[in-house]
Design a protein around this ligand. Structure first.
Ligand SMILES: Nc1ncnc2c1ncn2[C@@H]1O[C@H](COP(=O)(O)OP(=O)(O)O)[C@@H](O)[C@H]1O
Ligand SMILES: [Mg+2]
Length: 575
């Protein structure tokens, strides 16, 4: 664009200079020509008067021959053509033509006509006799008109010389003028160019560049103003970026899913939690919410809020069976014009899960307690009705006691579990894992022997000390070894071994028992879950052992994995 401006200016100036040169050239040429002709005319006036003086007397005496001689002499001497013309236009003498009768009437020759009517006249005409322009001058005397003619060779020659000179000077002036004009224009357009390139770069996002070296004129002031404007814009942009960052950080640090939807239903602002909750990976920016959110109820509620401008709150189940508290709040301007709505998704899945676990627990506990109480009640009633049947009496009292024991064990386990679960601060102390395992095995030895189980231990000489809690660690090992006995076959084996890997102690307890079908492995840690209810009952299990193990391990930060097939089960505890 600037190239155009400078070349335009240069073209205009060159045209102007050319015009000026042509005008000066023509004016000078004309001036010279007119001055020259005027000088010649003055000369011719004098000549004509002198000629008249010398011939008038002879002429009056009708001495034609003498007149002719005089005229011819004068013509030769002055190098002019002299013609003597009567008042009616007939030519009497001509210095160039001896036979004047051959000449046509001169009455209407311009200079002659003027002389007859005004006293004198002149004209310039091309003469085909001499083949050049001639200057004619005619003057009226008493009896005749005297006409002088001078060829304009000399004038034309000097004019062409002058023309050459002027052309040379004009070319020089033109050349210098063009150079000056180009330099000046480039100098003027230079700052424009710099300003333009600054503006272009700025518009393309290069906010750092500024115009340096101002000129001290209006362009300089413009450049200074532009620099200032750029500074202000950059400051504003930075402030906006900071505001945006603040908003983004705030949004991202909120654990709820948040989205702002404008009145035209487009999603303007959102956080990552929002996209995670509604299960999209693409950028939802400026997309209509109903394209992004794939839930009919939520979409219809949003639609409603965008029409009514009223807030709404409800519960909804989204992807992966997650449950959310949804809040929709309208955003209004001061004049109550609805600008959009704010959608908040608060994940309450965990809360719901805990609520369900709690209610399940109540159901399970009451069920588990009700059964042995009913059995004990049954035995006691039978005993009361048959107080004399001694053999039955002992048996029934034993069975009632057995159920009371089971009930007691159950209550103990429930208390333990709730204690561990309520996450009371368990004191962390240095614990010797080897001692705890041996202690559990000691307590369980009678049970192992009774079932004819062979126990193998494999404890290499390694460090068994760790920071943990005695009670929790004992609960973990006791319950797992107890299960290895309970769900073992008579005469089976149990192997307890320990290994140190990457500074982590791993203890495995393997049995040659009945195993756990693959599909139940995930469930055995649930409260009251048993693969085989009747078998668990005969072993005196409460169904809470592995739940206690799971929660204790969680408190200690231990990891427990289960591997099982039909030949037996291995529990591995990574400490
Ligand atoms: N070593 C094992 N071998 C086979 N099944 C097991 C073993 N350990 C646990 N189970 C299964 O996991 C269930 C839950 O175990 P647990 O919570 O200790 O309750 P329980 O009181 O029934 O022993 C048991 O009922 C049993 O079905
Ligand atoms: Mg058990």
């Amino acid at each position: 664009m600037l190239k155009k401006l400078s070349s335009k200016l240069i073209t205009y100036f060159i045209c102007l200079i050319s015009l000026l040169v042509i005008v000066i050239f023509l004016t000078v040429q004309n001036l010279v020509k007119t001055r020259h002709i005027n000088l010649m005319l003055n000369e011719m006036v004098r000549y004509s008067d002198i000629i008249n003086l010398s011939i008038s007397e002879v002429f009056l005496k009708n001495k034609n021959k003498e007149v002719a001689i005089l005229i011819n002499d004068f013509a030769k001497a002055a190098n002019v053509r002299i013609t003597l013309i009567n008042m009616d236009g007939t030519v009497t003498f001509d210095s160039d033509v001896s036979d004047v009768s051959s000449l046509e009437n001169h009455y209407y020759r311009q200079e002659v006509y003027q002389a007859i009517h005004n006293g004198s006249g002149n004209s310039i005409r091309y003469s085909s006799t001499v083949k050049t322009d001639m200057l004619y001058y005619a003057k009226l005397y008493d009896k005749y008109v005297l006409r002088l003619a001078i060829p304009l060779y000399t004038l034309n020659e000097s004019l062409s010389e002058l023309r050459m000179l002027i052309i040379k000077i004009a070319a020089g002036v033109f050349f210098i003028a063009v150079i000056i004009v180009v330099v000046v224009i480039l100098k003027i357009t230079g700052p424009f160019k710099e300003t333009l390139s600054f503006a272009e770069n700025f518009s393309k996002g290069d906010y750092k560049k500024r115009i340096l070296n101002y000129t001290d004129d209006e362009i300089g002031s413009l450049q200074r103003a532009l620099n200032k404007m750029a500074d202000t814009i950059v400051e504003t942009i930075e402030a906006h970026i900071f505001e945006k960052k603040k908003l983004e950080t705030t949004l991202e640090s909120i654990s709820d899913g948040i989205a702002l939807i404008d009145a035209s239903k487009k999603i303007l602002i959102w956080n990552k939690t929002f996209t995670f909750y509604i299960g999209i990976e693409s950028d939802p920016k400026d997309r209509p919410f109903f394209e992004v959110i794939r839930n009919r109820l939520l979409n219809s509620k949003l639609e409603k809020a965008l029409v009514s401008g009223e807030s709404d709150a409800f519960e909804i189940e989204l992807l992966n069976e997650k449950v959310f508290d949804v809040i929709i709040n309208p955003i209004k301007e001061d004049n109550h014009l609805l600008k959009g709505v704010l959608l908040v998704l608060h994940d309450i899945s965990e809360k719901k899960k805990i609520e369900k676990i709690k209610s399940d627990l109540v159901t399970n506990v009451s069920h588990e307690l009700k059964t042995p109480i009913a059995i004990v009640k049954g035995y006691l009633e039978t005993i009361k009705e048959n107080p004399d049947n001694k053999s039955m009496l002992n048996d029934f009292i034993d069975r009632a006691l057995e159920n009371v024991d089971r009930q007691n064990a159950l209550i103990q386990d429930i208390i333990k579990l709730s204690m561990i679960e309520s996450s009371k601060e368990f004191e962390k102390e240095e614990v010797n894992i080897r001692r705890i395992i041996l202690n559990c095995l000691d307590i369980l030895t009678p049970k192992i022997s009774k079932k004819g189980i062979a126990l193998h231990t494999d404890f290499p000489e390694i460090n068994y000390y760790t920071v943990a809690n005695d009670f929790l660690a004992e609960e973990i090992f006791f319950n797992i070894i107890d299960n290895a006995i309970n769900y073992n076959n008579p005469g089976g084996t149990i192997k307890v071994s320990a290994r140190l890997n990457n500074n982590r102690l791993s203890v495995s307890i393997s049995d040659s028992g009945i195993g756990i079908p693959q599909e139940y492995i995930d469930r055995i840690f649930e409260r009251f879950y048993r693969v085989d209810k009747s078998r668990s009952r005969t072993t005196g299990g409460t169904g809470l052992g592995l739940s206690i193990v799971k929660h204790a391990a969680m408190v200690l930060g231990w990891n427990i994995s289960v591997d099982s097939d039909k030949k037996g089960t291995t529990f591995t505890i990574l400490i």
